[in-house]
Design a protein around this ligand. Structure first.
Ligand SMILES: Cc1cc2nc3c(=O)[nH]c(=O)nc-3n(C[C@H](O)[C@H](O)[C@H](O)COP(=O)(O)OP(=O)(O)OC[C@H]3O[C@@H](n4cnc5c(N)ncnc54)[C@H](O)[C@@H]3O)c2cc1C
Length: 381
């Protein structure tokens, strides 16, 4: 092993593994089938330090860093990918930017409630007409006295229907030389007049996560909710996504490992032609590839998280980790269903959910096509 977990890191991983096995595993299938958001767990996760992993202790956080978050997200995703993404978005995409760019008043107002899990964070970038091309976003924020008036719609926002704090990006300068230079970041709360939560989306996977539209109509946001300087919001968005992608990659590790474990168990139990199907070379090859790709993905994810924690550039490494881990988890999920044969297609078997949950890894926080663009841009620079 190139990197041995420290005693503290191993304890954290084991603690989250135990929590996930006891609290999430028995309920994840029910949450998925009934599309129930797993509300009940986040305060407990706050007590365990999992909701403030990037928040300094003075604001109630555990300040364990992104590498620790990655260890935790893998364990949560092993049992419930919906809980894992809710926690990862909350930490990397919402608390991280507030810690990095917030002023003292903002930190004191928002971080303690986020760290305790009492308030959940949502990251609002995507719009109906702008996904991969986020710099073209159309939501506007016009300054009027001590307020900004926001108009526009955000799409497919995770957790926003149940969140207490939204980090939201809007255009403050439509004449900026470059589109990305006219965007600002705002800390928005759902109680603001003019903010409406749209219908909850019906999804292929992650059915227990909350995904909604947010509609802002002449929504007045106090000027002191501007995060960082005006027109620097896109930098804040991208910086957060760099950590967010490592979190999604960790989610992929959890789904992947669950696919492998389910496949190993099933292939040793299931008999055909008077022997366990694990005896067949075709099955062994699948298991070998799943195990190998899981290890390879984990090294990429750990490397990216370590770089990020050390304050080193990690754009390329974050994209590589996200791209490889997401695609490897999808290959693992496909093979896990195949190894289970017809049973794998049935809802009673966990691999059916893992297969559906895996797909979005290749889509959100930058599609696989966009990750390849980012990596090639860095390599060709
Ligand atoms: C379950 C779920 C949760 C989400 N949660 C959030 C959230 O919390 N916050 C948030 O802001 N967003 C969220 N999103 C949105 C997500 O980030 C976007 O879906 C994603 O960025 C892709 O944008 P798009 O769907 O508009 O696809 P598009 O950008 O329209 O892309 C369509 C296709 O074209 C390809 N493509 C686009 N541009 C290029 C290019 N230049 N070169 C090659 N191929 C290209 C894409 O890769 C893709 O295959 C979520 C999405 C889902 C499904």
């Amino acid at each position: 092993m190139l990197y041995e977990l420290t005693e503290e890191e191993a304890m954290l991983r084991d603690m989250v593994r135990d929590f996930a096995a006891k609290e999430l595993e028995p309920k994840a299938e029910h949450y998925d089938q009934t599309e129930t958001f797993p509300h009940e767990h986040f305060e407990k996760m706050g007590e365990l330090g999992l909701m403030g992993m990037l928040i300094p202790e003075e604001y109630g956080g555990s300040d364990m860093g992104l590498f620790a978050e990655v260890l935790a997200v893998e364990e949560l995703a092993y049992s419930c990918a919906s809980t894992a993404i809710t926690m990862a978005v909350h930490n990397s995409l919402v608390t991280g930017p507030i810690v990095r760019c917030g002023n003292e008043e903002q930190k004191q107002e928002f971080l303690p409630g986020l760290a305790s899990g009492e308030r959940l964070g949502a990251y609002c970038l995507t719009e109906p007409n702008t996904g991969s091309d986020a710099a073209s976003l159309e939501m506007t924020a016009v300054k009027k006295g001590d307020k900004y008036v926001l108009n526009g719609t955000k799409s497919w926002i995770s957790t926003a229907g149940v969140s207490g704090v939204m980090l939201l990006f809007a255009r403050t300068d439509k004449d900026a030389a470059k589109k990305k230079e006219g965007i600002s970041a705002f800390i928005v709360t759902p109680d603001l007049p003019g903010l409406t939560i749209g219908k909850e989306e019906k999804k292929l996977g992650l059915r227990a996560s909350n995904t909604v539209q947010i509609i802002l109509e002449d929504c007045e946001v106090p000027a002191d909710r501007l995060l960082g300087e005006e027109n620097t919001g896109f930098k804040i968005a991208l910086n957060a996504l760099s950590a967010g992608r490592i979190g999604v990659a960790a989610q992929a590790l959890g789904i992947h490992r669950a696919c492998l474990d389910e496949s190993v168990r099933y292939s040793q139990e299931r008999h055909q032609f008077d022997q366990p199907i694990a005896n067949f070379q075709a099955i062994k090859v699948k298991i070998a590839d799943m195990a190998m790709e899981l290890e390879a993905a984990r090294w990429l994810v750990w490397q990216a998280a370590k770089l990020r924690d050390a304050g080193q550039p990690c754009i390329k490494e974050a994209s590589m980790a996200k791209l490889f881990a997401a695609e490897a988890a999808n290959r693992a999920a496909r093979e896990a269903v195949q190894i289970h044969g017809g049973y794998g297609y049935m809802k009673e078997y966990k691999v059916e959910r893992l297969f559906r949950d895996a797909k979005v890894l290749e889509i959100y926080e930058g599609t696989s096509e966009i990750q390849r663009l980012v990596i090639s841009r860095e390599v060709l620079a």
